[in-house]
Ligand binder design. Structure first.
Ligand SMILES: Nc1nc2c(c(=O)[nH]1)N[C@H]1C(S)=C(S)[C@@H](COP(=O)(O)O)O[C@H]1N2
Ligand SMILES: [Mo]
Length: 510
């Protein structure tokens, strides 16, 4: 209970200061240290549940250690118990000092962990102290001469343990913990006003109407709603940047360094585009792909103004927590719609998707292009730096591979015999999808029907009608991009530069 109360109080302080909750400081460090294979496994098997699970795991370990400390305290070693609490707390402070965090000042960064440390020590000390009777019990065995030298522990000496006072203290701690957790909910929700205050101007260059959607139950909608858009990042605590404090620095191999406020950015030429994002961790047929309508400032405009010097071939972008991403300079200046996005599907970016400003670069996997919570752009050379993911074994350059996914029927679904429909999406950003084909079992490739083209940077929905005959069948899908190049059937895992192979699904027809 002492550990729980301390963690809840620390959580509240983290919400107020924006500093890391010690559990998250440890978690982010675990993420950074985890070997690639472990991380791949977590993404694959736990998906987006891996973040809450990491928190639960760390809290579980803390509660077990705290329980051991409590027992040690109850056995007559209060100092040792408090020492363990203090040691754990100090560990939290050390991790908070060392790990990536969005907190600006060192004080904000250390405050939640420090308060957790003090709260843990105080709470455990209270439990251990207050579980003893209020006054020294008179010695029942007679005069002082026969009093044992050694102080008896509550366990050895049941009348030295006051159950009522113990329960009262523990209940008080539970109340403090619940109160802090409740307050944190309120404070956490209050951050919403940072987004609500933002007014995104009308784009200078608006996107056309969204193409007509193919309407098959279960197909991915053309536009992925913000609430169901996949999320991939390394943070447990989503940064809540106040746009009034936000500043972007563009520097490095440039003639003139630029510093832009959020207002400056909104005042510039804004373009609106539909762009499909894809994560390199997406397995064939996986969920880490989504399409949104973004509004943002063309990065090429800013680079032109800053004046890129000869010799540069990369832009290193940094997010508020210090994570870095390297993007080929060419991808930002070759005429594609690479933007600093400020809006996603008609609203300011959600906190989870990079509020207030993120990069969106058509055609490149997110880990080399889509920096969220962006604060710094450095024009540089690939040979002069290495970025977060490339340090962990992912390729430096990573264009998105042509891919197609079957959304319906779901794997191992049972469908009635007769006319049936399969449907899904296909993408080949920068090239566009020209054709999608489906094969039933080992039959011939048959053309699927495609939704109207939106642009080369978005996915296309497809549907395929077939006559289902009783038995078990395998449907396989294959996309061809507009250069005429069909998707490869060679299977590759996501690491190091994106999965490949054909998606298939097994259906039972009755
Ligand atoms: N700051 C930051 N930006 C990031 C990441 C991250 O871990 N931290 N992950 C990248 C990866 S791997 C992908 S696929 C996209 C995902 O963007 P989304 O979470 O908005 O879908 O963000 C990219 N931008
Ligand atoms: Mo990614």
């Amino acid at each position: 209970m002492a550990a729980g109360a301390a963690l809840a109080v620390g959580y509240l302080v983290a919400d107020v200061t924006g500093g890391p909750w010690p559990v998250d400081a440890v978690g982010v460090q675990v993420i950074d240290w985890a070997p690639g294979a472990v991380k791949d496994w977590a993404v694959r098997t736990l998906g987006t549940a891996d973040r809450p699970l990491l928190r639960v795991g760390i809290c579980g370990v803390l509660v077990v250690v705290a329980a051991i400390a409590g027992l040690i305290g109850a056995r007559g070693h209060p100092r040792a118990a408090v020492g363990i609490a203090g040691g754990l707390g100090l560990l939290g402070v050390a991790f908070a000092a060392g790990s990536r965090s969005a907190a600006g000042s060192l004080a904000d960064r250390l405050l939640p962990a420090t308060v957790t440390l003090l709260a843990a020590v105080l709470a455990l000390w209270l439990v251990v102290r207050r579980s003893r009777p209020p006054r020294e019990q008179p010695d029942r065995r007679g005069p002082a001469l026969t009093v044992p030298r050694r102080r008896l522990s509550p366990a050895e000496h049941p009348e030295g343990f006051d159950r009522r006072r113990f329960l009262l203290t523990v209940s008080a701690l539970a109340a403090v913990g619940a109160g802090a957790a409740g307050a944190a909910r309120v404070v956490g929700g209050a951050g919403q006003e940072l987004r609500a205050r933002v007014r995104i101007p009308r784009p200078t260059d608006a996107a056309g109407p969204v193409p007509a959607s193919l309407d098959v139950p279960g197909i991915s909608p053309f536009t992925t709603p913000n609430g169901s858009f996949y999320r991939v990042d390394t943070l447990l605590q989503v940064p809540r940047i106040d746009p009034r404090d936000w500043e972007l620095r563009i520097h490095g191999l440039v003639d003139k360094e630029l510093r832009l406020s959020f207002g400056d950015l909104l005042g510039r030429r804004l373009i609106e585009r539909d762009i499909t994002l894809t994560c390199v961790s997406n397995e064939v047929g996986g969920p880490y792909v989504g399409n949104a309508r973004w509004i943002g400032v063309p990065i090429a405009d800013l680079l032109r103004e800053a004046g890129v010097r000869a010799g540069a071939d990369a832009v290193k972008s940094t997010s508020v927590d210090g994570l870095t991403i390297g993007t080929p300079l060419a991808a930002l200046t070759d005429g594609r719609d690479a933007i600093l996005a400020v809006a996603m599907n008609g609203e300011p970016l959600p906190f989870e998707h990079g509020f207030p400003v993120r990069m969106v670069v058509p055609g490149l996997y997110g880990y080399v292009s889509a920096t969220k919570w962006l604060v710094d752009l450095e024009v540089t050379r690939f040979r002069d730096f290495s970025a977060y993911w490339t340090d962990r074994g992912w390729s430096v350059e990573a264009p998105i591979k042509t891919s197609a996914r079957i959304d319906v029927p779901k794997g191992f679904a049972t469908v009635p015999a007769g006319p049936a429909v399969a449907a899904g999406v296909a993408w080949a950003q920068r090239r566009g999808i020209a054709k999608v084909e489906v094969r039933v079992d080992d039959g011939p490739w048959q053309p699927a029907k495609l939704a109207p083209v939106d642009g080369v940077d978005t996915w296309r929905q497809w549907t395929f009608r077939w006559t289902a005959t009783p038995g078990t069948h395998k449907l396989t899908v294959r996309a061809t991009d507009s250069t005429g190049e069909p998707q490869t059937d060679r299977q590759a895992p996501p690491r190091p530069n994106g999965s490949s192979g054909l998606h298939n699904t097994i259906v039972m027809v009755e």
